[in-house]
Design a protein around this ligand. Structure first.
Ligand SMILES: [Zn+2]
Length: 238
């Protein structure tokens, strides 16, 4: 995939920024990938293992905002906010696999003397449990999805996670102010949704500035490639 493919235009950034305030991070992640890859259906993306969605989101973010993730976790001890720069390439994220027909890998796990074919969690599972109002409902859903009794669920989930190393990555960090150590979850969907919301605010203010100077409609300005919008902003600033 070339660096130019799958770049979101102003209208898509605005939509994704707005929708990020209404839907869960996983649901948002699916929308972002479908929007940037029009050949993919929502059902196809929901059938991906979680790590495949995270990897696609990392690639989407790299095309828009660069490879280093600038995070700002809050220290659980002193409440201070500190800087954390992460490079997903060092965590194993990498080029996307174009092959979408690949079957999901399963492995045999023996739990309490019984044998189960365990598969990784898929995006559809995550969206389903995000919609559960009670934790017990989520457990019931997961046991049924993985086809194991609820008593075997915890071990089945551990086994499922081993099949999908790009999901649930925790980063060990240390607060520079008080020295407290804490683990931070690398959650591409949540992080990118927040970043896209800020980018959409930026697009809106650019549209307002260009409309004020040239009296073009919002639709016309949003339909421009990002570079052309920036060109007009540069003209206005001169
Ligand atoms: Zn601290």
């Amino acid at each position: 995939m070339s660096a130019r493919q799958g770049l979101l235009g102003g209208a898509a950034i605005l939509d994704l920024g707005e929708v990020s305030r209404r839907v869960s991070p996983a649901d948002w992640g699916v929308r972002a990938i479908c929007r940037s890859s029009p050949g993919l259906s929502r059902d196809q993306v929901e059938a991906w293992p979680l790590g495949k969605l995270d990897n696609a989101l990392v690639a989407l973010r790299q095309r828009h905002f660069g490879s280093v993730w600038h995070c700002a976790p809050t220290c659980g001890e002193c409440g201070g906010v500190y800087e954390l720069n992460l490079d997903p390439a060092e965590m194993g994220f990498g080029p996307e696999h174009a092959d979408d027909t690949q079957a999901i890998e399963t492995h045999e796990a023996t739990i309490d003397g019984a044998s189960y074919a365990i598969r990784p969690l898929i995006v559809h599972d995550l969206i389903a449990i995000e919609r559960c109002s009670e934790p017990e409902h989520a457990r019931t859903y997961l046991a049924s999805a993985l086809d194991v009794p609820e008593t075997a669920l915890d071990e089945a989930l551990e086994s499922a996670a081993e099949l999908d190393p790009l999901t649930n990555i925790w980063i060990a960090t240390e607060c520079p102010d008080c020295g407290a150590e804490q683990s931070v979850l690398f959650d591409p969907a949540r992080f990118l949704a927040e970043e896209m919301a800020r980018a959409s605010d930026q697009v809106l203010s650019e549209v307002a500035e260009i409309a004020l100077a040239y009296h073009w409609s919002e639709d016309a300005i949003l339909a421009m490639p990002n570079e052309r919008r920036r060109y007009y902003l540069g003209r206005i600033a001169q």
